[in-house]
Design a protein around this ligand. Structure first.
Ligand SMILES: [Zn+2]
Ligand SMILES: [Zn+2]
Length: 138
């Protein structure tokens, strides 16, 4: 018994220690981070597609089969790291409406005094987040 324990201690003491800087390891870490972020994106899209009907939240187009690729996940607060499991920060939008949504926000940010028009255009949507934005601008 005592002999095998000594042997184990000897093995530990001769094991190589990784103390020098290792660029290959850093590359692996970066690659891993990229992989995780891509995986996370695939995961929240999958989750959102399970939570919501496959319909664009703006134009109401329905999607299925291969065209489902055109249905994208929009983050209501535009923070891709904010992914609550209940989907409260997600909205399914088709590619076109998703583009428009981001353009609209950019325009809104460029012309903060013109926000009254934006509200009258948005008749069919609960623009809770827009209201919060408008309040912030006051
Ligand atoms: Zn759409
Ligand atoms: Zn978006």
């Amino acid at each position: 018994m005592a002999g095998s324990r000594l042997q184990a201690m000897y093995l530990v003491s001769v094991m190589p220690k990784h103390t020098r800087p290792d660029n290959a390891r850093l590359d692996r870490v970066v690659a891993e981070a990229r992989r995780l972020s891509a995986e996370r994106e695939a995961t929240y899209r999958e989750r959102a597609l399970k939570l919501f009907p496959w319909i664009c939240g703006r134009c109401g187009r329905e999607f299925s089969g291969t065209r489902l690729r055109e249905l994208t996940v929009h983050h209501k607060d535009h923070d891709h790291d904010n992914n609550p499991p209940d989907g409260s920060n997600w909205e399914l939008l088709c590619l076109y409406c998703h583009d428009n949504e981001h353009m609209r926000l950019l325009e809104q940010q460029a012309r903060p005094n013109n926000s009254g028009d934006q509200q009258s255009i948005a008749t069919h949507n609960p623009f809770a987040s827009l209201k919060t934005l408008l309040k912030k601008q006051d």
